[in-house]
Ligand binder design. Structure first.
Ligand code: HEC
Length: 139
């Protein structure tokens, strides 16, 4: 009986040590794994995000997630959605006043609307995650 307890006490630190090593291994391999920066935006996506944030997110939701008032634009422009890049630019330029979508044609040039599209597309494709994106830093 005594021998049994003795063995048990001796093996416990060994198990502890094995666990520590396993954890350490995981930590090190996580550091070696290539890091995919999910908030890294292209210059166009970044410009688009800024304007989306300023003009669209009060209705279409933070991070382009949609609200109860206005549609989730990630879905509108997805492969099975109805909104192409051309339709996107046109709807934003001319609005759909009767349905609560204002016209931005006097505020935004087509090129700027296309940048907003690029940002929403990156969100729709899942390349950009929620949150504040950033530009690549200069090499
Ligand atoms: C005042 C609220 C409001 C603002 C601000 C707003 N929208 Fe909208 N938007 C709407 C509503 C409501 C609809 C749905 C219109 C409809 O049902 O036809 C809509 C529809 C759209 C559509 C068509 C989506 C689809 O599935 O048919 C696009 C594209 C769009 N908005 C883009 C934008 C962009 C880009 C901005 C910022 C520049 C913006 N909207 C700002 C309320 C808004």
């Amino acid at each position: 009986m005594e021998a049994y307890y003795k063995r048990k006490v001796e093996t416990m630190p060994r198990i502890g040590m094995a666990l520590m090593l396993a954890l350490l291994g995981r930590l090190l391999s996580a550091q070696d794994a290539p890091q995919h920066d999910t908030l890294l935006a292209s210059p166009s996506e970044y410009e688009g995000w800024k304007r989306y944030h300023l003009y669209c997110d009060r209705c279409h939701g933070q991070d382009a997630m949609g609200t109860t008032f206005a549609p989730d634009l990630r879905r509108s422009i997805a492969a099975d959605g109805l909104v192409t890049r051309e339709i996107f630019v046109q709807v934003v330029r001319d609005g759909r006043a009767a349905n609560g979508m204002p016209a931005f044609g006097t505020l935004l040039r087509d090129e700027q609307i296309a940048q907003i599209y690029d940002y929403v597309k990156a969100r729709s494709d899942g390349r950009l995650v929620r949150g504040r994106p950033h530009r690549p830093t200069a090499p």
